[in-house]
Every structure is written in C-alpha cells, then in structure tokens.
Design a protein around this ligand. Structure first.
Ligand code: ADP
Length: 522
C-alpha cells in the first residue's frame, strides 16, 4: 500500500561526526572519514571520522584513566549533604567527603536520571536522526524506541545503589564476604538495526555497575550514538567514562575485541562475527564476552487460534523494523486446521502493509539498511522460489530508488530449505504447516539458534508445554517483541552468551571477589 501525507519529523541537522574520546569530539588519528548514507536514496548524509586501532588505543587509555583515577567507579553509598555537614563536624576522614574523587553514589543515579530527562527533551531530534541514518519509520523511533531508551536509563539509575554482595555462612570459623566490583573497561560493539536501543542496552548496565566504556557503533549508523553520548555528558557524566568510536568491524571492532587493556567485551551482531570476537578475546587477554547474536525464531500458531489475531501478531513478529530484528518470528508454524485460512489472510495483511518514506505518517515499513542487506534479501527470495516454496505475495524490490523490498510471503516452506534455516533479516515471512504439538516442538527446536519464540494459543496446557519445551531465551505467549527494561533478553545455543536488560545484565559487568577472614570467637 502507498503512503501519502506530509513529512512528520522536525528538520534535523548532523552536529556530531567526530570520535568522542575523553569527553571531547576529536578527529581520527589517521584523519580518515567514511560516508554514512540515507537508506531511502543511498545518498551521503555526512562524513564521519573513521576510527581504527590507534583511536581505540586512545579511547581505551581514556576509559582506563577514568576507571583507575576518576570518580565513576568509586562513588560510595553515603548519604546526603546534611550528613556531609555532620561528617565534617565530627571530622570523619576527608576521603569520605565529596572531593571530586569520592562522589556520593546517588550522583551516579542522578546523572542517569538527568540523561533520561535529556533523552525525553530531545525525543524528536533523536528519532529523526535515527530514521535518517537507519530508514526505520519515524513514528516507531519517536513513539517506541526513544521512550524505551529513557525508560531503560531510569531502570538502571534505580539499580546503582542496589548492587551489592553477600555475607555467607561457610564451614569453619570464617567470616566470608562476597564483594561485587565493577569489572573495569568494557568494550562494546553494537549493530545497525536499533542503534539507539543497542547503545542503551549496552551502556545502561555497564554504567550502573560503575564501569567505564569504549563503544564502537556500526558503520552503517554512527550518528545517533554520538548525539546521545553528547547528552550523557550534558547530564554530568565525567570525562572518559563513555567513549564512542565510529568505524568498521575488521579494523576498529577487532582492535577493541583484541585489546589487552579491555576487561570485558559485549557484542551484538551476527553469529559469524560473534565467533570472531570470541576468538579475538581468547587470543588476547581472555576478557569475558557476552554475545547477542542471530536467530530463526519460531512463531507457533495452534488450531484454537483466533486466526485474524494470529495473522496480525505473526505479521508484526516478522515485518517489524523491516524484518531487521535478531528475534524476528521468521518461521511461522501454522496448525494444518487453520493453515489455509491463515495463508490467505496473511497475504491480505502483507498487501495492506504501508511501505514508503519512513518520515511520512502511517508508514509501517521503510527501506532496508543498505545495498548489501538489500541484495542479500533478494538472493534469499530467489532461493525460496528455486527450492520450491510457494511465493504468495511480494518477491521483488519496491520502486527503483533506495533499498525498499516488497513485503514477501512464502507458504509451503519445508524445514530443510535455506529460507527456513538461515537468518534473512528482511521482510520475508516463511509459513510452515504442522499437525501436532510434539512434532512442532521438535521442528521448532531443530535450529542452531535459540533466541526467541512466539506461541499463540488459548489453551493453558498447550502454552505451558510449549514454554517449557522450547530451547530459547524468550517465549512470548500471545504477544511478541515485548522489550521492557526489566525483561532479560538473550539466546540459547548459537544465539548467544549471557543476557541483556533486567537483573541478569548486571552480572555481565561485575567482578566477584571472595574475602575470607578467620573468626577468633565464632
Ligand atoms: P551485520 O551483518 O548485522 O552487519 P555484523 O556482525 O557484521 O552484523 O556487525 C555487527 C557489529 O560488529 C558492527 O558494529 C560491525 O562493525 C562489527 N564487526 C564486524 N566485523 C567485526 C570484526 N571482525 N571484529 C569486531 N567487530 C566486527
């Protein structure tokens, strides 16, 4: 379907294109830049400083200094200004006072809360920049993603003074403390599909735990993170705590993953690249690595389903964000009793999908991110046709400019086909037929991936059986893509290691220290 209407976003400028190191925007050491493009046209938006190993070295040195000498990791939980006065009156050691090194812990929380306020204040500019660089619908960026980012920051602001160790009873007369300390300098590598949210998922927990950061953005979408990092500093973040380097994977990304002075690595991207960065860690200093990788998530529709509702949800599960979601419901399993009706209605829904300029009102789908992804998707579509799946609708590019792809559906997809096994990362829905519960459990689990699953049924027993049997990190029952800050996200199998968001994300950024002291008089 076509979009009309006027553009709905405010005009936006690109103000930040340099690397952010130690609180300052600087050129890359080489002086090189690279273009970032508008997916609607392929035209250059801006030239951005291109970071490489030397810039990663500079950024890691700044993060190291901020960790070893700056206030961020050593903010301690003592109370407020009134107590400061009391403290000075009773002349407690001066290190207990706010002297620039020892800030009160609540200052960490305050900075994250101010950051959340600034995100809200600049909601529309952030969303417009995100749409320009990424191609996602402006309404999605403005009404879902930027607000989610503010929510995430408030969630992590709330954790800052609730991260603590334990005292445990142990055999023998010993006093056993388990201390939780920040790990140190965290290296973070993010992808292009949700540039702002991936930034937030990464820096939120790392900052809450008191770490310092070097973050490398994806080469396709460097702009919104630079703007956001500027807001973080406006909120009062000390210099060197968050450093942002734009650049390419094999150069800047690999330098970060193999750096000897980076204490932890968090990566989101493809499974192939995840394997590379894990190996780079192993070959360098064995920094612990968390990975959020690819998926081929099943969306299972049982025979008791309200078909209209199931069609809508399965459509959203796959087509959201141009199909560029690691957890996209990309294997739509439909019970044979509702299969024909489902395929018919899924086709009608795809034909109704509004594809067009993402800056226009009501647009559901913008262009794919770049020509590489665009061509890869078209190759997968050809492979689907060649392998004998039925092309129900779509199957080609849309228009002759930019990277738009028609909403595409295949039915009669078989498990062994490439389109049923590999991640397409585009608006291509594969519908598979099944007969019974045990069969669909086996087939859904027969994947190298295990990121997420959708289950659609009104039968409580069926839902319980499926949620327990599926080998995936998230099961959405009668819903999909629910991503609150408190809900952990991550994968089984080759979909990743570790969890982001929620309480589990804190573990990624804490070192555990056991302190054992003999007890004289237990
Ligand atoms: P995609 O196929 O979605 O672009 P990638 O895994 O290639 O996924 O990219 C995700 C992130 O990983 C990007 O920031 C990219 O620059 C980075 N990256 C790509 N290759 C490497 C590498 N060899 N080492 C470190 N990072 C890399």
């Amino acid at each position: 379907a076509a979009a009309a209407e006027e553009p709905i976003a405010p005009p936006v400028q690109v103000n930040y294109t340099k690397l952010l190191i130690n609180g300052n925007f600087v050129d890359s050491a080489s002086g090189k830049t690279f273009p970032t493009r508008d997916p609607r046209t392929g035209e250059v938006i801006a030239h951005v400083a291109e970071g490489d190993a030397e810039d990663i070295n500079r950024a890691v040195a700044a993060a190291r200094k901020a960790f070893d000498e700056g206030p961020w990791p050593r903010m301690t939980a003592y109370v407020n200004t009134q107590l400061d006065i009391l403290v000075s009156v009773v002349s407690w050691p001066s290190t207990m006072l706010t002297d620039g090194r020892n800030l009160p812990l609540q200052e960490r929380s305050r900075i994250l809360l101010r950051f959340a306020d600034l995100i809200e204040k600049h909601n529309d500019e952030l969303a417009a920049l995100e749409t320009w660089d990424n191609g996602k619908p402006y309404e999605q960026a403005a009404h879902i993603e930027v607000p989610m980012m503010a929510r995430l920051m408030r969630y992590y602001a709330g954790w800052t003074d609730k991260i603590h160790g334990l005292v445990v009873p142990a055999d023998g007369p010993h006093h056993v403390q388990i201390l939780h300390e920040p790990i140190g300098v965290a290296g973070q590598i993010i992808p292009w599909n949700f540039p702002l949210l991936m930034f937030a998922w990464k820096v939120g927990p790392a900052l809450a735990c008191g770490n310092t950061i070097v973050l490398k953005t994806a080469e396709q979408t460097p702009l919104s993170a630079l703007y956001t990092a500027k807001l973080l500093h406006e909120a009062g973040l000390p210099e060197g705590v968050v450093n942002v380097v734009s650049g390419f994977g094999p150069t800047a990304g690999a330098a970060l993953a193999s750096h000897m002075d980076v204490d932890k690595l968090a990566f989101t991207g493809s499974t192939d690249t995840g394997k590379i960065v894990l190996e780079l860690s192993a070959r360098s200093n064995l920094k612990p690595v968390t990975l959020e990788l690819g998926g081929k998530s099943p969306f299972i529709i049982m025979d008791d389903a309200d078909v209209d509702h199931a069609v809508e949800l399965a459509h959203f599960a796959l087509f959201f964000n141009q199909g560029q979601c690691c957890c996209a419901g990309s294997r739509t399993f439909v019970h044979e009793r509702v299969y024909d009706e489902f395929v018919e209605k899924a086709k009608a829904r795809a034909l109704k999908r509004v594809v067009g300029d993402p800056f226009r009102k009501g647009v559901e789908q913008g262009p794919q991110i770049d020509d590489e992804q665009f061509n890869k998707i078209l190759r997968y579509i050809r492979s689907g046709v060649d392998s004998g799946a039925i092309l129900v609708t779509g199957g080609d590019r849309l228009g002759d400019k930019g990277f738009y792809v028609q909403p595409t559906i295949f039915s009669d997809v078989q498990d062994g086909m490439k389109i049923a096994k590999e991640e397409i990362f585009g608006p291509v829905q594969s519908i598979l037929k099944f007969k019974d519960l045990n069969e669909v459990i086996k087939r859904a689990n027969a994947s190298q991936y295990g990121l997420a699953a959708g289950v659609f049924t009104n039968n409580l027993d069926t839902a319980n059986t499926l949620t327990r049997a599926l080998k995936v990190g998230t099961v959405w029952v009668n819903c999909f893509d629910i991503f609150d800050a408190a809900i952990p996200f991550g994968g089984y199998k080759m979909s990743g290691i570790g969890r982001e968001k929620g309480i589990d994300s804190l573990k990624n950024y804490l070192q555990v220290k056991a302190v054992v002291t003999p007890l004289k008089n237990p």
